[in-house]
Design a protein around this ligand. Structure first.
Ligand code: PEP
Length: 257
C-alpha cells in the first residue's frame, strides 16, 4: 500500500477579503493546535482569492503556521497583454505551492475546455506549482455515459504535458455534488478515483500512480469525511462551503478513519 500523506484542501472560492482571510487562518491555526496536521500526518492547504494570497502568506510565514497556500486558477501565459490574468510566476513568488485548475465553475462560467486546462497545467508545472487538476461529470453525463467516462477523458487531456516525475494532485468532483449537499457515496467516489489512478498509471507509470494524491470533492463535511478517507484510492478532500467555517473545517482536518 502506497504511503500518501492525506491532503485536506479548502477552496474558499470568491469568499473572505484579505482581512477576513487573515483572521480566519489565525483562528483555524489556534483551533487546530496539537492536531495531527502539526506533525505532518495530514497536509492542510487553503486556496484564497488572489487578493488575499500576499496577506495569508505573510501570516503563515511570520507565525510558522503549517498550512500550504494555493491559488484557485492561473493564466496559461507567463506575462504580457492578458488583462485580468495572474501568472504562475507571480504565484510562485508568493510561496503558493498549489493551484486549482479546471474547477467545474471555471469550466462552466469561463468556458474552460480540456485543452485550456491542459495548457494551464503546463504553465503551473513550468513555474514549480503543483496543479490540483479537477475533473467530474454532471448528472446528465453520468446518466448518459456512466460514472467514469467524463472524468477519465478530462484527465487524459489534462495529463498531456505532464511527465512521470512531476508532482500533481487530482480532484474528483462530481458536478452534481458541488455545493448541493448531495454528496457522492464513498463507493461512488472510490470507483472514479480508482479509475483515475489507472489513467495515471497508463500515462505516467505505476510509480507516479502510487505517489499521486487523488481527492474527492463535493459537499464534504465533518460528518462524512471519515467515510471517504476509508476508501483506498481517496487521499483527501477538496472542500468548498465547509472550508469557510473554522470549527467545521478543523473537524474535517481532524478526521478519524
Ligand atoms: C468545490 O467547490 O470544490 C467544492 C467541493 O464545494 P462544496 O464542498 O461546497 O461542495
Amino acid at each position: 500500500v502506497a504511503n500518501r500523506t492525506p491532503l485536506i484542501a479548502g477552496n474558499w472560492k470568491m469568499n473572505l477579503d484579505h482581512l477576513q482571510a487573515v483572521a480566519f487562518v489565525q483562528k483555524l491555526h489556534w483551533t487546530l493546535k496539537d492536531a495531527k496536521h502539526e506533525d505532518g500526518s495530514v497536509e492542510v492547504a487553503v486556496f484564497p482569492p488572489f487578493t488575499d494570497i500576499r496577506s495569508v502568506q505573510t501570516l503563515i510565514d511570520a507565525d510558522k503556521i503549517p498550512f500550504a497556500l494555493g491559488a484557485q486558477d492561473l493564466s496559461a501565459h507567463d506575462s504580457g497583454a492578458y488583462t485580468g490574468e495572474v501568472s504562475g510566476a507571480f504565484l510562485a513568488k508568493l510561496d503558493a505551492k498549489y493551484v486549482i485548475i479546471g474547477h467545474s465553475e471555471r469550466r462552466e462560467y469561463h468556458s474552460e475546455s480540456d485543452e485550456v486546462v491542459a495548457s494551464k497545467v503546463k504553465a503551473a508545472l513550468k513555474h514549480g506549482l503543483v496543479p490540483v487538476i479537477c475533473v467530474g461529470e454532471t448528472l446528465a453525463q453520468r446518466e448518459e455515459s456512466g460514472p467514469t467516462a467524463v472524468s477519465i477523458a478530462q484527465l487524459e487531456t489534462a495529463l498531456g504535458a505532464v511527465s512521470a516525475s512531476d508532482d500533481i494532485v487530482v480532484a474528483y468532483e462530481p458536478v452534481w455534488a458541488i455545493g448541493t449537499g448531495q454528496v457522492a457515496s464513498p463507493e461512488q467516489a472510490q470507483e472514479v478515483c480508482s479509475a483515475l489512478r489507472a489513467v495515471i498509471a497508463a500515462k505516467l507509470g505505476d510509480e507516479a500512480a502510487a505517489r499521486t494524491r487523488i481527492l474527492y470533492g463535493g459537499s464534504v463535511k465533518s460528518a462524512n469525511i471519515a467515510s471517504f478517507m476509508r476508501e483506498p484510492d481517496v487521499d483527501g478532500a477538496l472542500v468548498g462551503g465547509a472550508s469557510l467555517v473554522v470549527d467545521e473545517f478543523a473537524a474535517i482536518i481532524r478526521f478519524e478513519k
